[in-house]
Design a protein around this ligand. Structure first.
Ligand SMILES: Cc1ncc(COP(=O)(O)O)c(C=O)c1O
Length: 407
């Protein structure tokens, strides 16, 4: 039987996106302006944040967030090792040290018990893998919601209170993601769930502007500083400077960055945001269909939505039960590709990359859960607009590979 080839991702771009972007192109105003301001307002309302600051990537939002919480050279920041490059590199921008922490085996998010042990060891001056004494001040923690499922937000907050840490959330995967709080109320990631919450609108994210990001916060000071630092440390943005809304005069109050979002991107983002619930519902349906159709394959461990969570299903990450297979993950994904099914692997843990290994002298076995789990993970295609034939092809390919290589 021949299968259609299935891309890992296909963005949902419809006529309204094309019309909105075209209108901006015709308007004569391309960079940060009215579309961006509206996108910020609408995004803040959608997640339930007081402020939203639109920028040109989630990496930029994370960098700005760390700046606003006062990260300084030599400080320490807790970062999960099982994450994308951006989460830790932004700490290095300050010549501060990311303290890499292992992940929790069920959700693959930051292991809060391991984070606590690390904080206790740092406080007591005991050795911590990858951190050189004398220890700097531990300033912040950057929890990340792996694949789109919220981690234990209240657990992070409690830890932050106890050890006097600021919390910057990497919510690149988590739009929209909700959790039930201790009082039983549903809370959305971004609705004052951290000092700053950073979202990504990169091409394959749950909504996209091509490249883009958003920093959400309920802290007026964080929002104001982020706005200033996102545009050269200038006290007013270009739109206000050059239109009747503002004056020609501006002042540089700090050496800022160039992270502002364009109106072209914001127009796209506004259309995508209006579809966010629909796109999320489609992701959920596709994820549930995978769970139903692959649920009996005992060589696989399927991702599931935890109790008290609404998963954003940015990624559908299966884990191979390697002891039930005669092939490893590399051979498994080769087989997928041979059948025309694209995939992704998220991720080689940061502490196993040459830069972190060599700079911090950390060994794979220092963070054993991530070192073990990464060998088993495969992200399957999951995107709104995926056809029934494409879904069938992925399911058939996975079942065939397992059947052929079962131990
Ligand atoms: C967990 C995580 N954090 C941050 C980022 C960075 O996002 P951006 O590409 O918008 O800078 C990504 C991007 O894929 C990510 O997966």
């Amino acid at each position: 039987m021949s299968h259609p080839s299935v891309p890992f991702f296909r963005p949902t771009i419809e006529e309204d996106e094309i019309a909105a972007v075209t209108a901006v192109l015709r308007s004569g105003w391309l960079t940060t302006g009215p579309e961006t301001r509206e996108f910020e307002r609408e995004f803040a309302a959608y997640v339930g944040a007081r402020h939203a600051v639109a920028v040109n990537s989630c990496t930029a939002a994370l960098h700005l967030a760390l700046e606003t919480v006062g990260l300084k050279r030599g400080d320490l920041v807790l970062v999960p090792t099982f994450t994308f490059a951006a989460t830790a590199e932004v700490v290095r921008y300050f010549d501060a040290t990311p303290v890499l922490v292992d992940c929790e085996p069920t959700t693959l998010c930051l292991d809060l018990a391991a984070a606590r042990r690390t904080l206790e060891a740092l406080t007591a001056g005991r050795p911590v893998a990858g951190v050189r004494a004398p220890y700097g001040r531990v300033r912040a923690v950057i929890p990340m919601h792996y694949a789109g499922q919220a981690l234990d937000v209240e657990g992070v907050r409690a830890l932050a209170r106890e050890f006097d840490l600021r919390v910057v959330e990497d919510a690149a995967h988590a739009l929209p993601a909700d959790y039930r709080d201790g009082a039983g109320a549903w809370r959305r990631i971004g609705a004052n769930t951290a000092d700053a919450t950073c979202f990504s609108f990169y091409a394959n994210k749950t909504i996209t502007t091509g490249e883009g990001g958003m920093l959400c916060t309920d802290d007026d000071g964080v929002a104001e500083r982020a706005r200033i630092m996102a545009l050269h440390g200038i006290s007013r943005d270009a739109w206000k400077r050059y239109t009747a809304e503002g004056s020609w005069y501006y002042e540089i109050v700090a050496p800022g960055f160039k992270y502002n979002m364009t109106d072209v991107a914001a127009a796209l983002g506004r259309c995508q945001l209006r579809k966010c619930d629909r796109l999320a519902a489609e992701r959920r349906r596709l994820a549930e269909a995978y769970r139903t159709r692959l649920g009996d394959v005992d060589a696989l461990e399927l991702p599931r939505e935890a109790e008290g969570r609404h998963h954003a299903w940015h990624l559908f990450v299966i884990r191979l039960n390697l002891e039930r297979l005669r092939i490893d993950r590399a051979a498994f994904v080769d087989e997928l590709k041979r059948r025309g099914v694209m995939f992704s692997v998220a991720w080689l843990p940061l502490h196993m990359h040459p830069y972190y290994r060599e700079t911090y002298g950390i060994r794979a076995e220092d963070l054993p859960v991530a070192a073990r789990e990464w060998l088993r993970v495969v992200s399957l295609p999951l995107f709104p607009g995926m056809t029934a034939a494409e879904h069938d092809a992925v399911v058939a390919a996975v079942r065939e590979i397992v059947a052929q290589h079962r131990r």
